[in-house]
Design a protein around this ligand. Structure first.
Ligand SMILES: [Fe+2]
Length: 304
């Protein structure tokens, strides 16, 4: 535990320790090998929310069967459906091929989790869903990695974050049943877990879960390429009169640069960059429950 904490507290040391990335690390990866591909937001006013993503994130809007609205641009897809604000209908993780999806289906079924029908029109019939302890549906499907030409404002859907009143149960489900791997956990002075960052591939987290008095979506992230593009996104938001709500900052766990705005439903939407790429043998870190953990540059939004 002391070693893990030391690693977490020293960004330079951590950077040095994570130099052995996938490009020169031939060891087999321990993760399931999926990535966040899509999420479906519930909204009391789906058209208003979809219009926001169309205008602010340059996404194309179209209607899909079942009353869903798709907002899409290169490497980012958000669906919107009628429902309760700040809750997702589902989050979708994509594998690159049928064999990897089949492995996950078998592993999840073997762990006693009920397999549900796929609710996403963006995955084919091979996809399946499960329900987490908070009732969020998690869908697994197939989508080959998109290669995209250079674009002025790249932003790849990269991670989602939930707030929950039952953190231990949620983390146990994602870790033990869905085989997500915890990269870092946040614990308070009494040793109680307050947050957990979990990965599904080489990137530090594809999902994070925060202890909170309320159960809801906290935020989701569009990962851009670098610091320069953080600036470009912020300037673009300025022109569109969308104010920054939190940031610019750097998260402790994940080491990513970020800022966040709010959508019309009060969801936080993050632009991030330079999220940590983890070595295959990365030791899980432990961080203290304090503002500096969430933003090593300054103030933070404490969820509990
Ligand atoms: Fe984030």
């Amino acid at each position: 535990m002391i070693i893990a904490a030391t690693i977490a507290y020293s960004p330079l040391l951590r950077q040095a320790l994570t130099m052995n990335t996938h490009t020169n690390d031939a060891r087999p990866r321990p993760e399931i090998g999926a990535r966040l591909d899509q999420l479906c937001l519930q909204s009391p006013d789906p058209k208003r929310l979809a219009s926001f993503f169309e205008r602010v994130y340059d996404m194309q809007v179209r209607s899909l069967p079942g009353g869903l609205i798709e907002c899409a641009a290169a490497q980012r897809r958000v669906l919107v459906t009628q429902g309760t604000a700040n809750r997702v209908a589902f989050v979708g993780y994509a594998f690159p091929d049928a064999a990897a999806l089949s492995d996950q289906r078998a592993a999840v079924a073997a762990r006693g989790v009920a397999l549900l029908a796929n609710p996403s029109p963006l995955f084919d019939e091979g996809a399946f869903a499960v329900r987490d302890p908070d009732g969020n549906q998690v869908v697994f499907g197939i989508r080959p990695l998109e290669t995209v030409a250079s674009e002025p404002l790249p932003g790849r859907l990269q991670h989602a974050v939930f707030r929950t009143t039952r953190l231990d149960e949620m983390v146990d489900f994602y870790e033990q049943k869905l085989r997500f791997i915890p990269s870092d956990k946040v614990r308070d002075g009494e040793g109680v877990m307050r947050a957990c960052f979990l990965r599904t591939d080489i990137e530090h987290h594809a999902l994070a879960i925060f202890r909170s008095p309320e159960t809801r979506l906290d935020h989701f992230s569009f990962e851009t390429t670098d610091w320069e593009h953080i600036r470009r996104w912020a300037d673009d938001f300025s022109v569109k009169r969308v104010p920054i709500f939190w940031g610019v900052g750097r998260h402790g766990p994940g080491n990513d640069l970020f800022f966040m705005v709010k959508d019309p439903d009060d969801n936080l939407v993050e632009i991030s960059a330079e999220i940590e790429q983890v070595p295959s043998d990365r030791v899980m870190g432990t961080w203290p429950h304090e503002e500096r953990t969430l933003n090593v540059w300054g103030n933070a939004i404490m969820r509990s």
